[in-house]
Design a protein around this ligand. Structure first.
Ligand code: BES
Ligand code: MN
Ligand code: MN
Length: 463
């Protein structure tokens, strides 16, 4: 596109500097200690959106953290693109595993980022990716190259379930009306294999507590006579998978769509280096459901994982007790057509049935989400495919990811529009982990590619 390379070359230092300003603000939505920082981040996003030339930019109050909204309506007869992203981030813990301060961004070169990557919490998920859209809009608006109407909506609660955004969307159908939603909050396979995410998994999330004696007991005096809640919890969790690593909850697979063999072949054709994958994760051998490949296990198959487990004495040295209780946080990633409410119900029934009479079990349910699919013949997918083909000059792969963005299926239900998941991170960006980073090459490639999406989407609309 005329002028895009010049725009990026002459402004990239400023873009990175501006992104640093956003990354310095610890907008951790999960922890109320950071409440003021989250609010300040919304203000900063508002400022950048205004500077990009968006209009009616405002901080929309919600029952929780605000949504930053802005728009540029050039002609009501033209199609409208809705941009969604999030300015909140995951907690930085475990902080001692960061090589640099999570909220003091630094640029470092790595093997797959010879041009350097920005290390900071939120660099890839999602501040850096959301910011590419603001910069691409700045280019289009200032050079009179915006070919469509645009609405931009950046939320502050994605990492905690998008509760306020759900409320906002339900109450603003008209305002948010659009022809396509464009999101950069997922990853590319690699520099040589550009990809568009065509599936997201759903999510059910629960916390279980096994309650035994009313207080911790001396494990010598009482050991052997009383059920140990930590032992029982471990046994119950172990029963949730069978020897083929399939989930044992009755009815769990009832609604799961089996992918036809052509689709499975397409998935397994994606360039995938298993040795590099293992090396990056620091594991000797992979694990998973029998009869499926790693790529399938991590995308089109449902899973059940313990996210955290605790109880009893975990301090230094040895303390001899039988804990009074033990707990675990358990998540299940869901695939079409599993319903998160139904799956949570099945989990509860089954987990309760596994408990011996010597303990009591309490289960608490957290936010979840539905799975999502984008057909590859959709005009939005096609426009993204053409855009990536233009800037990468390579074959573009449709890619099912294992992650979840619960607001995406909700957009479809409430607003009736599909979301194009055109992300520019890499899976190795360590999102949610210590040392999260986002490649400078990825950041600039995103800014370069986004304007083409608008162009091709509008062209297909007129055709
Ligand atoms: N951006 C991620 C989701 C993602 C990342 C999808 C990479 C595909 C590739 C998003 O911020 C996220 O972390 N989602 C959560 C769900 C949410 C309810 C906390 C997830 O997937 O765990
Ligand atoms: Mn995200
Ligand atoms: Mn995330």
């Amino acid at each position: 596109m005329q002028g895009i390379h010049h725009f990026i070359d002459t402004n990239k230092e400023r873009f990175i500097h501006e992104l640093f300003e956003l990354l310095k603000l610890p907008s951790v939505s999960a922890d109320p200690i950071f409440a003021q920082d989250v609010m300040n981040t919304a203000e900063k996003v508002k400022q950048f959106m205004t500077e990009a030339g968006l209009e009616n930019v405002r901080i929309e109050e919600t029952p929780g953290y605000p949504i930053v909204y802005g728009e540029k309506i050039i002609d009501p007869t033209l199609p409208t693109v809705l941009i969604y992203g999030h300015y909140d981030v995951q907690p930085p813990d475990p902080i001692e595993e960061w090589e640099s301060d999570p909220f003091e961004p630094v640029i470092k070169k790595t093997e797959i980022h010879p041009d350097g990557a920005i290390f900071a919490r939120g660099a890839s998920d999602d501040k850096g990716q959301m910011f590419m859209h603001i910069k691409a809009l700045e280019f289009m608006i200032k050079n009179s190259k915006l070919p469509a109407n645009v609405k931009v909506m950046i939320e502050g609660e994605e990492e905690v379930g998008s509760t306020s955004l759900e409320w906002y969307v339900k109450n603003n159908h008209d305002k948010l009306k659009n022809d396509i939603i464009l999101i950069s909050d997922t990853s590319l396979i690699s520099k040589d294999a550009p990809s568009i995410t065509t599936g997201l998994r759903g999510l059910s999330y629960l916390e279980v507590t096994v309650q035994g004696p009313s207080h911790d007991l001396h494990s010598g005096l009482y050991g052997g006579a009383v059920a140990n809640p930590a032992n029982i919890l471990a046994q119950m969790i172990a029963k949730l998978h069978d020897e083929d690593n399939r989930i044992t909850i009755p009815g769990f697979y009832d609604e799961v769509v089996e992918f036809p063999s052509e689709l499975r072949q397409r998935i397994n054709k994606i360039p995938f280096d298993e040795e590099a994958y293992k090396r990056n994760l620091g594991v000797k051998k992979l694990w998973g459901e029998k009869d499926y490949t790693t790529l399938e296990r991590a995308s089109i198959r449902p899973t059940l994982d313990v996210n955290g487990i605790w109880g009893g004495y975990t301090g230094d040295g040895a303390k001899t007790i039988i804990p009074s209780k033990a707990s675990a946080k358990i998540s299940m990633r869901l695939v079409p057509n599993q319903d998160p409410h139904e799956i949570s119900k099945l989990f509860k029934q089954h987990f309760m049935s596994l408990a011996p009479e010597s303990v009591e079990v309490h289960i608490q349910e957290f936010h979840g989400g539905y799975p999502y699919m984008m057909p590859v013949d959709h005009p939005g997918y096609k426009a993204a495919e053409k855009a990536l083909m233009t800037t990468f000059n390579k074959e573009v792969f449709p890619f099912y990811t294992g992650g979840s963005i619960p607001i995406v299926p909700l957009f479809e239900k409430e607003l009736g529009s599909k979301s194009v998941l055109m992300g520019f991170g890499f899976e190795s960006d360590r999102i949610h982990s210590p040392n999260e980073h986002f490649g400078i090459w990825n950041f600039l490639k995103g800014i370069e590619t986004i304007p083409y999406f608008y162009q091709f989407f509008v062209e297909s609309h007129n055709a």
